[in-house]
Design a protein around this ligand. Structure first.
Ligand code: AMP
Ligand code: GLY
Length: 385
């Protein structure tokens, strides 16, 4: 669909120079690190429209403490917490709270900065590691947070600074192995929509989480323009914010892209240019589900370069295989990353989408790869009971 160009995206001047050279008039920024580094501001300063929150508003993802403070200011429901810049104070707070408890490095940590500690010892270790530099500067501040119990769900909302256009819901599967066991990953599979977020919960989240965020940032003079990805916990006391990401999710976007009927580009452009009011978005009345095929060893260390067979020619009206980390060597397709393929299918139910996705997975021959076999299990269990 597009041409890949080799540019160092941390070199903002190189990105801007390339846009000028090619007369590119709209830029969409994907990764969190570039949002937080202010690539959007630098592209806009060159007079080019850009789908990317400002560096100031991107702090929603770049600093957990920033988001917690905004929640306090605006009364947004979230876990109780303390925010610390030294080990002794964080430990003292931990001892007053006990376990289970959640320890978070303040800044970006590639999905690895959060420890859900079941014991005080585990929490102590996480705090000590953070201040010892396990996450570099991202761990110089630590958020110690109340443990929330419930089911997680994500809501995606476009926001142009003042107007919003809610997109849809999805449920991610963060743990590496079946039954939500094993280490946290960037996401091993997802489906959309997520019926666990009922109409009532959705309206409640818009009113008590999304709107206060949008209004709060606008009132501070740092309006949010981009996609707000709200990670929510559906607790016994109602929905609470777990975290914000200031970008689209991976693999949540893959399932959204199979379902979207509207043209995405005008929506992104309207978001970036403050003209979202009046826009609408249409979705297929179907579920989409994606299964991640990852290299054995992920999210730990893994080898690159193993051969994948049977992954091409599978795409149809109901199935699409997204390549997340592959490369070609002659006629061969090789694994070139941790999360490598996203086998994504549509269906009339989560279960149907699931069986179609796994039918696709089963055609792919890759001995060095693995996937979860239970993506969608919560919803399937719910509809079966
Ligand atoms: P985050 O990077 O903040 O989304 O955290 C990563 C994961 O840790 C979340 O998706 C949750 O599964 C878990 N988590 C984060 N905060 C809490 C909390 N306060 N209570 C329980 N689980 C949490
Ligand atoms: N799938 C989780 C994320 O994109 O952050």
């Amino acid at each position: 669909m597009a041409e890949n160009v080799v540019i160092d995206i941390t070199d903002h001047k190189a990105v801007v120079d390339f846009c000028r050279l090619m007369a590119i008039d709209f830029v969409v920024v994907g990764p969190d690190a570039q949002v937080v580094a202010g690539l959007g501001d630098d592209v806009r300063a060159a007079g080019i429209a850009c789908f990317c929150p400002s560096k100031a508003a991107g702090q929603l993802e770049g600093s957990k403490g920033f988001t917690k403070a905004l929640c306090d200011e605006m009364g947004i429901p979230t876990a109780g917490y303390g925010r610390f810049n030294n080990e002794a104070a964080a430990l003292a707070y931990l001892y007053t709270q006990g376990a289970p408890i959640v320890i978070k490095a303040d800044g970006l940590a590639a999905g690895k900065g959060v420890t859900v500690a079941m014991s005080v010892e585990e929490a102590e270790e996480a705090i000590v590691d953070c201040f010892a530099g396990a996450f570099g500067a991202s761990g110089a501040e630590v958020v110690v947070e109340e443990f929330m119990e419930g089911e997680e769900v994500s809501l995606f909302v476009l926001c142009d600074g003042t107007s919003i256009l809610p997109l849809t819901t999805a449920q991610d599967h963060k743990r590496a192995f079946d039954g939500d066991t094993g280490p946290n990953t960037g996401g091993m599979g997802a489906y959309s929509p997520a019926p666990v977020m009922t109409r009532e919960i959705y309206e409640d989240v818009l009113e008590r989480v999304i709107w206060p965020t949008v209004r709060g940032l606008a009132a501070r003079g740092t309006p949010y323009q981009g996609v707000l990805y709200a990670g929510l916990m559906l607790t016994a006391d109602g929905p609470k914010l777990v975290e914000y990401n200031a970008r689209f999710g991976d693999p949540e976007t893959q399932v959204m892209m199979l379902r979207i009927e509207s043209d995405l580009l005008p929506l992104l452009h309207a978001t970036a240019t403050g003209s979202l009011a009046g826009h609408d978005v249409a979705w297929k009345d179907q579920y989409a589900l994606t299964v991640i095929m990852a290299t054995e060893g992920y999210p730990g260390s893994y080898d690159k370069g193993s051969e994948i067979r049977g992954a091409e020619g599978l795409d149809s009206d109901i199935l699409q295989v997204f390549h997340a980390g592959t490369r070609r060597e002659g006629a061969r397709l090789l694994a070139a990353g941790g999360r490598v393929l996203n086998v994504t299918a549509l269906g009339g139910s989560v279960k149907e989408a699931q069986s179609r996705a796994y039918a696709g997975v089963d055609q792919i021959v890759w001995p060095e790869g693995f996937c979860r076999r239970d993506i969608g299990w919560r919803e399937i269990a719910r509809t079966a009971s």
